[in-house]
Write a protein that binds this ligand. Structure first.
Ligand SMILES: *[C@@H]1O[C@H](CO)[C@@H](O)[C@H](O)[C@H]1NC(C)=O
Ligand SMILES: *[C@@H]1O[C@H](CO)[C@@H](O)[C@H](O)[C@H]1NC(C)=O
Ligand SMILES: *[C@@H]1O[C@H](CO)[C@@H](O)[C@H](O)[C@H]1NC(C)=O
Ligand SMILES: *[C@@H]1O[C@H](CO)[C@@H](O)[C@H](O)[C@H]1NC(C)=O
Ligand SMILES: *[C@@H]1O[C@H](CO)[C@@H](O)[C@H](O)[C@H]1NC(C)=O
Ligand SMILES: *[C@@H]1O[C@H](CO)[C@@H](O)[C@H](O)[C@H]1NC(C)=O
Ligand SMILES: *[C@@H]1O[C@H](CO)[C@@H](O)[C@H](O)[C@H]1NC(C)=O
Ligand SMILES: *[C@@H]1O[C@H](CO)[C@@H](O)[C@H](O)[C@H]1NC(C)=O
Ligand SMILES: *[C@@H]1O[C@H](CO)[C@@H](O)[C@H](O)[C@H]1NC(C)=O
Ligand SMILES: [Ca+2]
Length: 538
């Protein structure tokens, strides 16, 4: 397989760091002695190739981080108000610290420390951190927010910022480094993407580089859109109901049949879903059709809602759409996901009996006035990040059913609209990459999707892109190169490993392009990234 020349880019400290403190509770108690809100949960020295996690009590992340470098695992609790607190965890590598700090994020409404991603980032040498955001729950459960305004604020933004600030103090004290932390980074996907954007919007000094995946930034509208789509396709009531199996077996294949060739190469991958001219009517039943493999006009109306933006009263733009070819099965079915309604039920109306089947657009308008948790990350004026030199690398799978791909396109466009009139050159600090064919944060059957980002993992690998551990293929190294060497990524190469297993070798690689550029096939072996180039549309 073709390989781009390796960059002379090394992610190791010049020499092993000197520790100023031991990996003991006493040492951390000394570091934290002036902080009346912080309590040490545990301090544990992990040997080389050891593992760490909290098991089932860490509901969203019960799996241990494994094959760790020798490091100090620390758990801290911080009181955030009279009656709330959050926890965060730190992995502090012993000899392999690279002088840098990396924070990672969470998923959905989940509460728990993300030890697996911290483990992945500790492999690069980062001192890594994750917060539980102030509660314990699975990713789809928002019931913890009922009459708990302080805990909602912790989830929305307070736990992240407090954990970042205190982690920096701890790391600076733990390592006897005269220069302190060289660079601070963030990498997260989904709610993790939102957390990165929110922190940048509220506290632009926190990070030098931010990798933002599929951000759940429009918190109220995202939940509302999931609810609206689920309710628009009720099995019991709706004549336009489309069974989930029809989506997977009839609709998505028809979209693929039509849209795959429109990008110029028939390869089963829809490279440009938002450029596809899709003929919905090709799915219509005729009298002689097999009636189980075609759609009625009422069903086409339902389908149209899934792949077009939600515009409501007074032409209000409420939410962007998922990309053509995305399989939305997750949001369908008789039991809707609580991600669709817990925000309204428990955080907005504070009523566990609230009946989500009565949902209307006025509920969105009301929830907007409350803005529960303050999580929404919609300050498009990122000029403070631009001014201080922070680099933001954002990406979104173009087959994401959980967070419609269009929401990142919309975010990007709003940032451009806000900053261009101010004279800011957006591409100098913020670049956005669509990943054709990728689902939510990771995975695709056939398209290259792996870029070693947060929330991505690969069988048989601990981190990075095996065989391609460089800034061309690894978004973390790409972010570091941009921040530390001033070299912005003109493309990122995504990799598909055979069976998504590192040891089975590479199946296919392709460049991802900074939006609105698109990757164009030049000829030659389409599975080689060199057969493609990023091009402007005009
Ligand atoms: C690392 O730990 C795993 C699991 O405990 C063990 O199977 C493996 O042999 C260890 N590898 C090395 C190099 O020590
Ligand atoms: C996970 O890590 C913890 C802390 O090191 C350890 O006590 C526990 O045995 C590990 N669990 C598994 C399943 O390896
Ligand atoms: C402790 O938390 C309270 C809010 O609960 C805050 O007012 C105070 O400044 C905090 N103290 C420290 C040392 O961080
Ligand atoms: C989550 O559960 C753990 C283990 O039971 C507990 O130590 C921690 O305090 C809980 N976190 C919160 C924020 O309640
Ligand atoms: C904290 O106290 C406030 C004021 O008494 C109360 O409204 C709230 O329910 C309490 N709990 C949390 C987690 O916010
Ligand atoms: C529900 O409680 C939240 C605080 O948890 C509050 O902001 C909101 O106004 C309450 N909603 C209603 C309808 O009273
Ligand atoms: C109609 O299509 C379904 C699903 O493909 C198939 O199982 C069934 O045999 C077809 N019926 C006829 C009459 O062809
Ligand atoms: C639409 O706009 C009109 C005029 O401003 C306003 O009175 C009405 O409440 C709006 N409708 C909704 C549903 O917001
Ligand atoms: C890939 O995975 C599938 C399903 O897990 C398995 O049947 C197949 O043998 C695997 N292929 C290789 C080359 O390992
Ligand atoms: Ca194609």
């Amino acid at each position: 397989m073709h390989r781009l020349s390796a960059l002379p880019f090394v992610v190791l400290a010049a020499s092993a760091p000197v520790l100023a403190a031991e990996c003991t509770t006493e040492a951390f108690a000394t570091i934290l002695q002036d902080n009346s809100n912080a309590t040490i949960n545990f301090v544990k020295a992990i040997p080389q190739n050891g593992s760490f996690g909290q098991g089932a009590v860490d509901i969203p992340f019960p799996t241990n981080a494994t094959k760790l470098p020798a490091l100090c695992a620390v758990g801290i609790n911080v009181r955030s108000s009279e009656n709330s607190s959050y926890n965060f965890g730190l992995f502090l590598p012993d000899k392999t610290w690279n002088g840098r700090f990396l924070t990672t994020g969470n998923g959905g409404f989940g509460g728990g420390i993300n030890w697996p991603d911290m483990g992945m980032f500790s492999q690069y040498g980062f001192a890594s951190m994750s917060t539980d955001t102030g509660h314990n729950s699975s990713a789809i459960d928002g019931s913890w927010g009922l009459n708990a305004p302080e805990t909602l604020i912790d989830w929305g933004y307070r736990a992240m910022h407090g954990s970042v600030v205190l982690s920096k103090e701890i790391i600076t004290a733990y390592y006897a480094s005269p220069d302190g932390i060289k660079y601070s980074y963030y990498a997260g996907c989904s709610t993790g993407g939102r957390q990165g954007l929110k922190e940048a919007q509220l506290h632009p000094d926190s990070f030098d580089g931010i990798s933002v995946g599929a951000p759940a930034w429009w918190t109220v509208h995202l939940a509302a859109n999931t609810l609206r789509l689920g309710l628009s396709n009720r099995p019991d009531t709706d004549p336009g109901h489309i069974d989930p199996s029809i989506f997977s077996e009839i609709v998505v294949p028809e979209i693929t049949k039509q849209c795959d060739p429109q990008d110029g190469l028939v390869d089963g991958i829809i490279n440009e879903p938002y450029s596809c001219n899709f003929n919905y009517e090709a799915l219509l039943c005729t009298p002689s059709s097999n009636q189980t493999t075609c759609l009625t006009p009422a069903q086409l109306d339902t389908l149209y809602k899934f792949y077009n933006p939600w515009i409501d009263a007074n032409q209000t733009y409420v939410f962007p759409s998922m990309a053509l070819g995305t399989d939305p099965t997750f949001s369908l079915g008789a039991d809707l996901t609580p991600l669709a309604f817990d925000l309204f039920k428990y955080w907005t109306y504070n009523n566990s009996d609230w009946d989500y089947t009565k949902f209307t657009y006025s509920d969105v308008q009301f929830a907007d006035t409350i803005n529960p948790s303050g999580a929404t990350a919609d300050n498009f004026d990122l000029s403070p990040s631009s001014e201080r030199g922070t680099k933001i690398l954002m990406y979104h799978g173009a087959a994401d059913a959980l967070i419609p791909t269009g929401s990142s396109v919309y975010f990007h466009d709003q940032v451009v609209r806000t900053l261009v009139p101010k004279g800011v050159k957006v591409e100098d600090f913020y670049r956005f990459f669509l990943i054709p064919g990728m689902n939510h944060c990771s995975a695709s059957d056939n398209a290259p999707w792996y870029i070693a980002s947060a929330s991505q993992s690969l069988d048989g690998a601990t981190h990075s892109v095996p065989g391609y551990e460089d800034a061309d293929h690894d978004i973390i190294l790409s972010m570091m190169k941009w921040v530390e060497e001033g070299k912005a990524p003109d493309q990122l190469i995504a990799t598909k490993f055979v069976n998504d297993t590192a040891t089975l070798g590479v199946e296919r690689q392709r460049p991802l392009c900074p939006y609105p550029k698109q990757s164009k096939y030049l000829g030659g072996d389409p599975d080689r990234s060199s057969s493609w180039a990023c091009r402007s549309l005009y």
